[in-house]
Design a protein around this ligand. Structure first.
Ligand SMILES: [Zn+2]
Length: 94
């Protein structure tokens, strides 16, 4: 049955997303549900999830937006960021 094959595939995708999400310190159940709802896309999202989370963030002095410390231009207001040669201010952990 095609339906059964789809369910098996969805569960496989859910499990792969859940395992990736769990490895990255997120919720196994959350990523399992995402993986089942969005086969392949959910797994891809889990794979990409860490990149956002792992990048140290700081704040733009101009607009206050959160930006990655390696960015040299603010994505929100376009301001040139001048801490390329020094230590950017770290955001307090929240
Ligand atoms: Zn800005």
């Amino acid at each position: 049955m095609a339906g059964g094959a789809y369910v098996a595939l969805a569960i496989c995708c859910g499990l792969s997303a859940a395992i990736v999400g769990r490895i990255k310190g997120s919720s196994f159940l959350l990523w399992f549900l995402i993986g089942i709802s969005l086969p392949l896309l959910g797994t891809l999202a889990a794979l990409l999830y860490r990149r956002e989370q792992g990048v140290p963030k700081t704040r733009c002095p101009e607009c206050g937006g959160g930006i990655a410390v390696h960015d040299q231009v603010c994505m929100r207001c376009g301001r040139d960021l001048e801490w390329a040669f020094g230590e950017p201010p770290e955001l307090p952990a929240s």
